[in-house]
Ligand binder design. Structure first.
Ligand code: AMP
Length: 414
């Protein structure tokens, strides 16, 4: 399919040509006709899929027709970087369309933003907090908004922006087009979507399989032994930059601290960080002053560090899509990468899903010379009663009464 077949206007096609975009990405192919038709839409897509242009292009097409001088398109984004990036995309793809846009986010002076808004903007790309500030000051009028975009909705939820978004919604006209983009659909986002979208169509791109340049290994380990095991694994592995994934923000923070204490240059990236700290962690990781970044799925969205040699799933991801997405951070551009996953007996179902995803039985590895119990993985049904341990999993360490196994090395192994 070509952009022309999507019925985009010549001035937009010209800008696309200038950008070197030859054909629409799958999310663009699916979303653009629906947005042009005026439908409400839920777009299940992550950064890197071309989701920004999927809403920017059809909304620019709307802006080719009058009126001017009032805010007609409002995009709400979780972070300043994303707001700035989207604002720039409007500029680049709309370079032959006559409109004005403003980026509105905190951490910078409000004065210049007020001046810009006073001069008139048809598009505003905003972060929720600063936008509310403008609403309260009366420096922005959203009564003429025709289209609202909530971008990276799951991340906005993770960052605690949902109450702010609900307040912003009260200042928008009820008759409008609403587009919601999210990589995942947690219950709260689903609820929000039901509240604010009308008969939405859902567009979704099929999940990809991981790149061939990545090798995958599963390390069966008892849950309470994971941190010690990870340290040992790191000490035995030659790595460049390492991205470690945990399930919760709390665990990401704690694990990064434990790694620091063990002498690793590590930082965490999770939703509880301030914008500045988040940026410092990302910059440090990019420069190499942090070798290990411990992150949650949502916080790690959009990380693109070319030297990531290893992705380590300290906690199992909750779907095969999430697995693909996590390990997509390594092995980029034909470099080789390694994906390690620590697996506990509770993860049997996800292990089966990873095997299905990769189309083979993923290699199971153990750390030779390290004295620990390798739990049996891959059996979803429980073991016969006579062989069952006191709790799930059947751990030999627990059976011997040793609840906190210590790292013990056999002589001669470092
Ligand atoms: P996004 O998912 O919106 O963050 O976009 C990811 C990257 O893909 C950006 O660098 C875009 O410039 C680029 N991009 C978006 N659409 C296309 C396209 N149709 N062809 C080539 N690159 C694209």
């Amino acid at each position: 399919m070509t952009f022309k077949e999507l019925n985009l206007l010549p001035q937009i096609l010209k800008a696309l040509e200038g950008c070197g975009y030859k054909s629409p990405t799958p999310i663009q192919e699916k979303a653009i006709p629906r947005v042009l038709a005026g439908d409400d839409l839920i777009g299940l897509a992550q950064t890197g899929t071309g989701k920004t242009a999927a809403f920017v292009l059809p909304l620019l097409q709307r802006l080719t027709q009058r009126p001017r001088g009032r805010v007609r398109v409002l995009v709400i984004a979780p972070t300043r970087e994303l707001a700035e990036q989207t604002h720039k995309t409007f500029g680049t793809l709309g370079r032959h369309v006559d409109f004005r846009s403003a980026a509105v986010y905190g951490g910078v002076g409000i004065g210049p933003q007020i001046q810009k808004l006073r001069k008139g903007a048809e598009v505003i790309v905003a972060c929720p907090g600063r936008l509310l500030d403008h609403i309260e000051r009366g420096t922005v009028d959203l009564r003429g908004v025709e289209a609202l975009v909530l971008d990276e909705a799951d991340r906005m939820f993770d960052m605690g922006f949902l109450p702010d978004i609900r307040k912003v919604m009260k200042n928008l006209p009820a008759r409008r087009q609403t587009l919601l983009f999210s990589a995942t659909m947690p219950t709260d986002i689903r609820k929000l979507a039901q509240e604010i979208l009308q008969d939405p169509v859902t567009v979704q791109i099929d999940h990809e399989t991981p790149a061939e340049t990545i090798s995958h290994a599963l390390y069966p380990v008892e849950r309470h032994f994971k941190t010690t095991f990870l340290m040992e694994l790191l000490s035995r592995t030659k790595t460049e930059s390492i991205l470690v994934f945990t399930k919760t923000k709390h665990r990401a923070k704690k694990l990064a601290e434990q790694l620091q204490m063990a002498g690793y240059k590590a930082a965490s990236l999770q939703g509880n960080l301030s914008q500045n700290k988040r940026q410092a962690a990302l910059d440090g990781f990019r420069r190499g002053s942090f070798k290990i970044l411990v992150a949650t799925d949502i916080a790690a969205r959009g990380i693109d560090v070319s030297r990531i040699s290893h992705v380590i799933n300290y906690d199992m991801p909750d779907s095969s899509e999430a697995y693909t997405h996590r390990i997509g951070r390594t092995g980029r551009a034909c470099r080789t990468g390694e994906a390690y996953t620590l697996v506990t007996p509770e993860d049997a179902e996800m292990v089966a899903a990873i095997d299905r995803l990769l189309g083979r039985k993923t290699e199971r590895r153990a750390l030779q010379g390290l004295e620990y119990t390798v739990p049996e993985i891959g059996r979803v049904s429980p073991a016969p009663a006579s062989r069952q341990a006191p709790s799930r999993g059947g751990y030999a360490a627990r059976r011997s009464g040793n609840r906190q196994p210590q790292l013990r090395r056999r002589a001669g192994v470092n």
